[in-house]
Design a protein around this ligand. Structure first.
Ligand SMILES: [Zn+2]
Ligand SMILES: [Zn+2]
Length: 134
């Protein structure tokens, strides 16, 4: 299927015909601060298959990480890192249609904010317990 989405104001849109490489939720402090949100849900895509339109601004949150956002409305669009040079992680919040998206893994859960209690338990992924069970 073709995936697509865009920023809040519509100035930037994206599409990708390839399937996601992984659908992660990251709880690290860098992602939280970059998004002003308690966690970052993303779809990893093969970088060369993602089509963008519109003007993207960039913030280098670390020497190896690049985060794109819309300069008009401020919506975060993607995360990329030299650690995973062939992937671009697009913010799941920008999806036009959420019906086909599902998180497959939570990462850096040791940095998760204490008031977040996850309900989308994912058997077999290492995240099959609520924080209370741990
Ligand atoms: Zn925008
Ligand atoms: Zn992170």
């Amino acid at each position: 299927m073709a995936w697509s989405g865009g920023c809040y104001c519509g100035a930037v849109t994206w599409s990708c015909a390839a399937e996601p490489t992984r659908n992660l939720v990251c709880h690290c402090e860098d992602c939280r601060r970059a998004l002003s949100a308690p966690m970052m849900a993303s779809l990893g895509f093969p970088k060369d298959h993602v089509q963008w339109s519109g003007e993207i601004r960039h913030f280098h949150s670390s020497p190896e990480a690049d985060r794109g956002f819309c300069g008009t409305c401020g919506s975060r669009l993607y995360f990329a890192s030299k650690r995973w040079p062939d992937e671009q992680f697009i913010m799941a919040s920008t999806l036009a249609d959420h019906s086909a998206y599902w998180v497959t893994k939570h990462v850096v859960t040791d940095e998760m904010v204490p008031w977040v209690h996850l309900k989308n338990v994912i058997p077999g992924t290492g995240f099959d317990k609520t924080p209370e069970d741990a």
